[in-house]
Write a protein that binds this ligand. Structure first.
Ligand SMILES: Nc1ncnc2c1ncn2[C@@H]1O[C@H](COP(=O)(O)OP(=O)(O)OP(=O)(O)O)[C@@H](O)[C@H]1O
Ligand SMILES: [Mg+2]
Length: 305
């Protein structure tokens, strides 16, 4: 069931943009196609949508090869946006609804509901090019959802959105997943989307470097960090723990990487014996930390935020 991306390879001349990418998108499970700029995300989504033909590999949906007929029913938001600048916002959504075969009244009803859902109520008559960048992006999203697609593929839907719009788009995607849609979106902002994605396919230079459930990947990495707000003067207690790495130590904030086999609560006790602890927490690694470890890249070569 769902989407199956199988061993996709694609080159642009000498550049191997995709070098055997394989993953599934399960209906109802929001899946992130993540990776830094140039990783191959857009190339893969274009292949899935039939805009590009792969050199090899397969895209299957519900256990059969995908054809153009299937793709016409999908909702796709490309990274390079394509709206008519002079058209009023509402008419634009109706127009795309009509292209997907909706009657005028159904398209109008859906357009109204979507503009409201995406925080664009009251903007129906505004010319598209008079909307802000983030609003145009939400309008583009409305055009890709107007026909209630069961497969939703969005390329960088979060880039350029303010924090309120990020929350609202996340809720829109969660709601579509809850009713059983197959939802795949790409992002280079790994930490921004780590709470939204349930599953990820993380790509780097055309290869998959991390795959599967975010919760499992974060919990099983063996890389927990203990965060302590302690008096800066005393760090002597740390010398009893040579396997513990100091990740950062700024002002009163100390961040330690706690390897397997060491109980973070023992460290907390030791810190409290050495001085006053005002605040503490145990953090799982972020997706960008997991990416850096998996891709084995120096920090300055990687664009993740
Ligand atoms: N039409 C093209 N011709 C030649 N090279 C291309 C073309 N499209 C993409 N590439 C190259 O393929 C690689 C992957 O590009 P792609 O756009 O898929 O990356 P991406 O992961 O979507 O990046 P971003 O986060 O910047 O959107 C890059 O090295 C890019 O320069
Ligand atoms: Mg891209």
């Amino acid at each position: 069931m769902g989407l199956e991306i199988g061993e996709i390879r694609h080159s642009f001349g000498d550049l191997m943009a995709l070098d055997g990418v394989t993953f599934d998108v399960v209906p109802g499970v929001i899946t992130g196609l993540l990776g830094p700029n140039g990783a191959g995300k857009t190339t893969l989504l274009r292949i899935m949508l039939g805009v590009l033909s792969p050199d090899s590999g397969s895209v299957r949906y519900d256990d059969r090869a995908v054809d153009d007929e299937d793709r016409r029913r999908w909702g796709y938001m490309p990274q390079e946006r394509g709206l008519y600048p002079g058209m009023p916002a509402g008419d634009q959504v109706v127009h795309f609804g009509r292209l997907h075969g909706l009657s005028r009244s159904d398209a109008t009803r859906r357009a109204k509901a979507l503009l409201e859902e995406l925080g664009l109520e009251g903007r129906w008559k505004d010319r598209t090019d008079k909307l802000s960048g983030g609003m145009q992006q939400r309008l583009q999203l409305a055009t890709s959802l107007v026909h209630d697609p069961e497969v939703i593929v969005l390329d960088e839907p979060f880039s350029g959105l303010d924090p309120v719009a990020v929350v609202s788009l996340s809720e829109t995607l969660r709601q579509r997943a809850r009713i059983g849609c197959t939802v795949l979106f790409s992002s280079h902002q790994l930490d921004l989307v780590q709470d939204l994605c349930e599953d990820i396919a993380m790509v780097d230079r055309g290869r998959t470097v991390l795959l599967g459930s975010v919760a499992r990947l974060r919990a099983s990495s063996g890389r927990r960090q203990l965060r302590l707000h302690v008096e800066p003067s005393n760090r002597d207690w740390l010398s009893a723990y040579p396997r513990v790495t100091v990740v950062s130590d700024q002002a009163d904030d100390l961040r330690l990487e706690v390897p397997d086999g060491i109980d973070p609560l023992d460290l907390l006790d030791a810190a409290r014996a050495g001085g006053r602890v005002d605040d503490f927490g145990l953090d799982l690694p972020t997706l960008s930390q997991l990416f850096l470890a998996a891709a084995d890249r120096p920090l300055d070569q990687t664009v993740v935020s």
